[in-house]
Design a binder for this molecule. Structure first.
Ligand code: C5P
Length: 308
């Protein structure tokens, strides 16, 4: 195929992020409940002589354009498996906050994979795509799958979850990102500082909350709000204390739940309905505690090819 191919990929919020002890390989076992939400990046693949990345969008200047870019790594991994040259220009239209805890980099990797598979006609099976995703990063398989899912292991072993309705969210985007490895390291440091230890023998095995899974299944936002949790939140707040004011501003404006999204620094607010989401968003925008405010909902489907 020589026509450009575009994939559209959603962001995520973690409605539960239970973090176990530090493993010998440097990762943490998780009970990670992902919900895909309606902020999207689009990745367009066009034939080219070499692998090249361009990016547009508000945060474009923060995205690496070299071989460290996850979209470039995804295209290179697919090409290598199929014994072809990774000749492709990947153009990323970025709407997901960069380094925000919403899986923007993961979305670009999943999108690049899907778009290159179509462009090169490599006909990779779903399992092969999921394996490449898992090899590249813990959150990337979910970007492909979307909807709602429980991630075990380091987050890459997915079980799809049933959802009984649409949940309305507001996201407060911070100025500047947070490094995911730094937030996990801070989580370990805080656990050690509190005297409990950070290893697998010291920390209880992470388990999904039954109340949370029930709330997702029933579509009950109030029940979901009562069950959300993020073990990385204390670490994100420790590294970025100003997030406490953002969380407070959303809670004061009537959000059912206020939490850091993944490793942050984006903060997520669950609202009762679209009108309540508008009110929370207006209050957050007026509070001066964040750079931008976004209103959206989930679950939404995972990575999809779209007509360019
Ligand atoms: O898998 P990914 O490359 O996205 O992970 C980035 C970093 O986040 C890892 O190198 C590790 O420091 C941390 N991480 C972790 N446990 C996980 C997932 C990520 O410690 N389950």
């Amino acid at each position: 195929m020589t026509r450009p191919v575009t994939a559209r990929v959603p962001a995520k919020v973690n409605v539960q992020l239970a973090v176990g002890g530090l493993r010998p390989d440097g990762f943490h076992d998780l009970a990670n409940v992902f919900l895909a939400v309606g902020l999207h990046d689009e990745v367009t693949a066009t034939p080219a002589d070499t692998l090249r990345i361009t990016v547009e969008g508000a945060d474009a200047d923060q995205v690496p354009l070299d071989h460290t870019n996850l979209a470039a790594r995804a295209a290179a991994a697919l090409a290598e498996r199929h014994g072809i040259e990774p000749g492709v220009h990947l153009h990323i239209a970025k709407d997901i906050p960069v380094a925000g805890g919403m899986a923007g980099g993961s979305a670009d990797a999943a999108g690049a994979l899907l778009a290159c598979d179509a462009l090169w006609d490599t006909k990779a099976s779903r399992d092969e795509l999921l394996q490449i995703c898992a090899d590249l990063g813990s959150d990337i398989p979910f970007s492909l799958v979307g909807g709602a899912a429980l991630g075990r292991g380091r987050g890459e072993l997915l079980t799809p979850l049933e959802t009984g309705g649409t949940f309305h969210w507001v996201f407060a985007v911070a100025d500047g990102g947070l490094s995911t490895p730094a937030v996990y390291r801070e989580c370990d440091r805080l656990r050690e500082a509190s005297g409990g230890g950070a290893g697998a023998a010291d920390v209880p095995d992470p388990e999904p909350s039954q109340a949370l899974l029930d709330a997702l299944r029933s579509g009950d936002a109030t029940a979901l709000a009562a069950a959300v949790s993020n073990d990385l939140q204390p670490a994100a707040l420790s590294l970025r204390p100003a997030l406490a004011a953002t969380l407070r501003a959303g809670a004061d404006a009537g959000a059912l739940a206020s939490l850091v999204s993944g490793s942050g620094p984006t903060c997520a607010f669950l609202a009762k309905d679209p009108e309540a989401a508008q009110a929370v968003a207006a209050a957050l925008a007026a509070s001066g505690t964040c750079r931008t405010v976004r209103i959206t909902s989930g679950p939404v489907p995972g990575a999809r090819l779209v007509d360019a």
